[in-house]
Design a protein. Structure first.
Length: 68
């Protein structure tokens, strides 16, 4: 599903899918993204800390993809 419209840019990569607001893209000093639940990525631990390495790996993928 593609969420792109006049206000939102939908970026699809091999690793993650994310949305960006076109108005904020006018400001190069602002780096932003709303990461979609795709590619079986999770960012939540809840009370189950045995998934912490998987969460760290997913956050690294996001940071590298967005160059932050």
């Amino acid at each position: 599903m593609n969420f792109e419209n006049d206000e939102i840019k939908h970026v699809i990569t091999n690793n993650i899918d994310y949305l960006q607001f076109k108005r904020l893209l006018k400001y190069p000093e602002i780096n932003h993204a709303y990461v979609l639940k795709t590619h079986d990525m999770t960012f939540r631990l809840g009370t189950n800390f045995r998934h912490i390495e998987n969460v760290k790996k997913n956050l690294k993928i996001v940071a590298e993809t967005l160059r932050i």
